[in-house]
Design a binder for this molecule. Structure first.
Ligand code: 13P
Length: 250
């Protein structure tokens, strides 16, 4: 049985005082869950969140990282730096980074390798645009993104990669993929991993859905057999809404 991983992506929201308040509340709400709870927060909040989450079952992640360990990369943060303060997860290749910051599949692959080299768990985002979906290219796009992100990893690393299927047209729009469509996409990703790395590895990979997940639609999505969790944007900003998604099976 794969564990469900419910991760929040705060994006560029939440000042440190808001972050501390949210995590303090959330910790109480989610203390009895059997799901993995992760919050991926802005760099500026990381240390506060790690301190506040100590002794709780909330894990802290970053939203990006540079693939080099150190050097003349003004404004960047490396996987080694994240690890040094106790960060456990990192989102890599979110569609907003691919679109606004020109992140390519090659950069995503380098970042995934660097995350593993520094013992961070990568959450790799893949997803199609509306035009790609309407042209019938969804499965080709997302399986190619997955293959390129995982290129050159060991079997063990592949198995420990979290893939987040996030259709771009569903992000922040209030439009959600139907649970059947979302499950089908996650299944295709798993089949691709199985073809390259074998069924055993593919069976262990956590594949999340992301895109307008909220307390109303979470249960239906998270009950699907190939959806192993969620990557939640807007609904992760408030403890009261995020906890309902985390506790969907209560
Ligand atoms: P929303 O849940 O706000 O649609 O964002 C999804 C997302 O991009 C999470 O990474």
């Amino acid at each position: 049985m794969r564990k469900k991983v419910i991760a929040g992506n705060w994006k560029m929201n939440m000042l440190p005082n808001e972050a501390i308040e949210m995590i303090t509340k959330l910790a109480e709400y989610v203390k009895d869950t059997n799901n993995e709870v992760v919050l991926c927060v802005p760099y500026i909040d990381l240390f506060y969140c790690l301190m506040t989450a100590q002794g709780t079952n909330i894990k802290i992640g970053a939203q990006n990282m540079h693939y080099e360990e150190k050097g003349a990369y003004t404004g960047e943060i490396s996987a080694k730096m994240l690890k040094s303060i106790g960060v456990e997860y990192v989102i890599i290749g979110h569609s907003e980074r691919r679109e606004y910051f020109a992140e390519t599949d090659e950069i995503v692959n380098k970042k995934v390798k660097s995350a593993f080299a520094n013992d961070l768990k990568p959450i790799v985002c893949v997803g199609e645009t509306l035009e790609q979906r309407e042209a019938g290219n969804t499965f080709d796009i997302i399986t190619a993104q997955t293959e390129k992100a995982l290129y050159g990893l060991s079997l063990d690393e592949v198995q420990n990669t979290i893939i987040a299927y996030e259709p771009i047209w569903a992000i922040g729009t209030g439009k959600t993929a139907t649970s059947e469509d979302a499950n089908e996409a996650c299944k295709k990703i798993r089949e691709k991993i199985s073809k390259i790395y074998g069924q055993n590895v593919a069976n262990g990979v956590i594949i999340q859905y992301g895109g307008s997940m909220n307390p109303e639609n979470a249960k239906e999505l998270l009950q699907m057999p190939d959806i192993d969790g969620g990557l939640v944007g807007g609904a992760s900003l408030k403890a009261e809404t995020f906890e309902k998604i985390v506790n969907y099976n209560k």
